[in-house]
Design a protein around this ligand. Structure first.
Ligand code: DGT
Ligand code: CA
Ligand code: CA
Length: 584
């Protein structure tokens, strides 16, 4: 029997994305297509679950970009799992054609050509046509395009798929609540790379303790999202979910839960190092416990396992065998930053550029989250697709913020800008305007292909501007979409130190830029990191949790993070940063 499960936001987003693609292949109205794409993107990062919103009778039209038509479609998808429009469009086109759209470089228009001209409907057919040299004979596709398609398809067909942490989180959270609702659980955790808060995960590893393991695993394999059951025993089972992610579940006796959790949290390198430590003390360590001869001396809790091998508790995010065991032995483990340490956010957008909410809505939402400040950093004018602000628009926003701050109580809006860093390192806003702001967030939004030396110089010159405060998403990577641009991060970090400015850890789950190792380097060099939501709507402030996960992987403590400071401390730091710039 299948149990009813939550419809994930990602499911609704996927239906909208498919509708947009199919409409585009059919050559439909571009505005209609864009509305579906925007809605899909919004749903992809929306924290509240839309099924829950529908059940609570909340008005979906309060979501950014959702009008009556899309709201009705969401309700339809939540109720039926699909939507009549998609089914109609699918009838009109071959079923696997949307897979072709996942090949980099193949947009809907080219897919349509491949279909119309050569009846190519699947990835396998595409790979074969490219190998046979057929693609390059189609008008609009040359030899180079054919070669690129061949490489991309082969990579796609062979690549083990990974998933972004936010996608994994939606699935993991609903699976755990489904399992808990069955009532056979003593303790449960999602272990593996998910618990270590890696930016992507290969699969999910569930560890549970239960007095009725067989019933628990029966329930697990009956999860509504399970597309097929790969193994199903009395202590472990594996399923492949229809989203393409595999989930492994292990059930142990509660006396072994800590040992199993430690083992399946990994990483493998950490596990091996800890086991070696156990062996050096004449102990045996496995997923059931720590044993001295045949006697179990620990295993019920992770803390007990660590203690048995002579270590204090090590946070999961640190368990990569990157020095955490040595630090633990020396009593130098960092006290990792937590979400509740954040006093504000220094990167947020409003309707004035490409955000969805007003200044007031953003301010009140930040206040509701217990923040003392929120920096408004809309785009500068060079970023045309984001409706960036020119001087006049920024001046107007400055006045609006001043007026709003008079009225607000307990939350302060800071005046800022996310200014484009031009190719020569100058900033896309006159100095006189920058000088009127509380802080300046600089970002690279184009010319990603500059050679390393040029790209690095460009950013260093930008940081030299006396008003420059924070370098946003320092490497520009977009997970699964675009690699980091070629840049010397160590030089940038050291320059920030010299210059008295800061680096951002962008918390958007598709960015999580800087990486964990960059955060470690920033900490080592003594440069404060700003964990920025880059929110384009009030909901996006939820993404800060992903930024915190990454910061913790980077060993950051409260003191290493700029926006853990009180408003008063922050203001002092910001004015010191300008003084430092003026004196160099
Ligand atoms: P993933 O799924 O690729 O994102 O990464 P993990 O770390 O979740 O790896 P996974 O799912 O293969 O295994 C989960 C944990 O189980 C892993 O972090 C450590 C533990 N583990 C797996 N294989 C071994 C092994 O051969 N030796 C040891 N010591 N531990 C292992
Ligand atoms: Ca895993
Ligand atoms: Ca696994």
């Amino acid at each position: 029997m299948k149990h009813p499960v939550l419809v994930h936001n990602a499911d609704v987003a996927a239906v909208f994305q498919q509708i947009a693609d199919l409409l585009e292949i059919e050559g439909d109205n571009p505005f209609r297509i864009r509305a579906y794409r925007n809605a899909a993107r919004m749903l992809g990062t929306l924290a509240p679950n839309v099924q829950t919103m529908v059940e609570e009778n909340r008005d979906l039209k309060e979501l950014p970009g959702i009008g009556p038509d899309l709201a009705a479609k969401i309700i339809e998808i939540v109720a039926t799992g699909t939507c009549a429009l998609r089914e109609e469009l699918r009838q009109e086109l071959p079923p696997a054609i949307h897979e072709l759209l996942t090949v980099p470089g193949l947009g809907p228009r080219r897919v349509k050509t491949l279909y119309d001209e050569r009846n190519i409907q699947t990835l396998d057919q595409l790979a074969k046509a490219a190998r046979d040299g057929e693609i390059s004979t189609i008008p609009g596709f040359g030899k180079r395009a054919e070669q690129r398609i061949l490489e991309a398809v082969q990579a796609r067909l062979s690549k083990a798929r990974r998933f972004r942490i936010d996608t994994a989180a939606q699935i993991a959270e609903s699976l755990v609540s489904y399992l808990r609702a069955g009532g056979d659980i003593t303790r449960i955790e999602v272990a593996g790379s998910y618990r270590r808060r890696q930016d992507t995960v290969g699969d999910l590893d569930i560890v549970a303790s239960s007095a009725r393991p067989v019933r628990l695993l029966d329930r697990f394999v009956s999860f509504g999202d399970a597309a097929n059951v790969q193994s199903h025993g009395t202590t472990r089972a594996s399923v492949m979910l229809r989203q393409g992610i595999q989930v492994d579940a292990r059930v142990v006796a509660d006396t072994s839960f800590g040992a199993a959790l430690h083992y399946f949290t990994g990483s493998k390198a950490h596990n091996i190092a800890v086991r070696r430590l156990a062996q050096s003390r004449g102990l045996k360590l496995n997923e059931y416990g720590v044993f001295s001869a045949e006697r179990r001396i620990a295993g019920e809790t992770e803390a007990g396992v660590f203690k048995a091998v002579g270590l204090p508790f090590i946070e999961p995010e640190l368990r990569e065998n990157r020095g955490e065991i040595e630090a633990a032995q020396a009593g130098h483990l960092p006290t990792l930053v937590e979400l509740s340490d954040l006093k504000g956010d220094l990167h947020a957008h409003t309707k004035a550029s490409d955000g969805r909410n007003s200044l007031r809505e953003m301010a009140l939402d930040a206040q509701r989250r217990g923040f003392a400040y929120l920096a408004i950093t809309d785009h500068s004018q060079r970023l045309k697709i984001a409706h960036g602000l020119d001087s006049a628009a920024l001046a107007k926003q400055i006045d609006e913020i001043d007026r709003l701050n008079e009225e607000l109580n307990g939350i302060t809006l800071l005046k800022g800008i996310e200014v484009d860093i031009n190719e020569d390192g100058s900033l896309d806003m006159p100095d006189a305007m920058l000088a009127r702001l509380d802080l300046v967030v600089g970002a690279v939004h184009g010319k990603f292909g500059l050679p390393r030396e040029k790209q690095t110089e460009r950013i260093l010159r930008a940081m030299d501007h006396p008003c420059f405060t924070i370098l946003a998403h320092p490497t520009g990577r977009m997970i699964f979409e675009r690699g980091a641009y070629d840049v010397d991060m160590l030089r940038i970090i050291r320059h920030a130190k010299e210059r008295g400015c800061f680096l951002e850890l962008n918390a958007q789950p598709e960015r999580l830029d800087m990486t964990d190792t960059c955060c470690m380097a920033a900490r080592r060099e003594g440069v404060l990191v700003s964990i920025g939501s880059d929110a384009h709507s009030t909901f996006d402030l939820d993404d800060l949790r992903f930024g915190i996960g990454q910061a913790r992987r980077g060993w950051l403590e409260k003191k290493d993070v700029l926006n853990t400071r009180s408003l008063r401390e922050l203001k002092a730091i910001l004015s010191r940063s300008r003084l430092a710039a003026a004196s160099t």
